[in-house]
Design a protein around this ligand. Structure first.
Ligand SMILES: [Zn+2]
Length: 221
């Protein structure tokens, strides 16, 4: 009832083109824009590089075109509500391709508290919270914290990215990570250095298996 009322006052809009959608829409993306998304086929893919600490990756689509533009607005132009569409895309992919009941916890890549205050929200946490609701997996993002504020990764070459994130994350309670199968959530995987560093500390704390889940990536696995 409340949702209906809110939908009348704030009708659902496509996150890509802003077109007003049917009130009972279950995803905030119009048909035209949906057809423009470059989806990736299949389910989770094992990391093939040999230096990744995570075990596999599930990725909805290519980081290009309307998706790239929308992810940038999601992060940098105060559009927190986009999480609903992105989380739905990701949960659909996970439901269709994986036995997600194997996961003990969902953890999102943390922002440094200073950056989170400036932005007003952590976009990855919004996605992981929604995923937790949709998949029925416990949200435990508080187990991972960002202790060092890092430069924006997007402006750095790969080698500098590695140095930039090294030691930036810590596990807050190893006993809750030990032997757990974790779904590690972020918005985008570019080079993968941030997700890899998170995976490294989680594995050091005893995590059994880590599957990385992102909306989009430009990397081949
Ligand atoms: Zn649209």
């Amino acid at each position: 009832m409340l949702k209906r009322l809110l939908n009348l006052i704030f009708p659902p809009k496509c996150i890509f083109c802003n077109k007003i959608l049917y009130l009972n829409t279950d995803i905030y993306i119009c048909k035209e824009c949906f057809s423009k998304i470059e989806f990736r086929e299949g389910g989770s893919i094992k990391s093939g590089t040999g230096d990744d600490y995570f075990d596999s990756i599930v990725c909805v689509c290519e980081y290009t075109g309307i998706v790239k533009d929308a992810v940038k607005r999601f992060k940098f132009s105060n559009k927190p509500a986009y999480y609903r569409a992105f989380a739905r895309l990701l949960s659909q992919k996970i439901k269709e391709t994986m036995d997600y009941r194997l996961f003990d916890a969902i953890i999102s890549v943390p922002l440094h508290p200073v950056r989170e205050r400036t932005r007003g929200y952590n976009q990855s946490f919004l996605i992981s919270t929604e995923l937790s609701r949709e998949l029925g997996i416990k949200e435990e993002s508080n187990l991972l914290s960002r202790t060092r504020n890092t430069h924006s990764q997007s402006l750095l070459p790969r080698q500098d990215r590695l140095i930039n994130v090294k030691g930036a994350f810590t596990v807050t309670d190893s006993s809750k990570v030990k032997d757990k199968t974790i779904l590690l959530v972020d918005d985008v995987l570019t080079t993968g250095t941030t997700l890899n560093e998170c995976s490294r500390v989680l594995k050091e704390a005893g995590a059994k298996k880590i599957v990385v889940a992102v909306i989009a990536s430009g990397r081949r696995f």
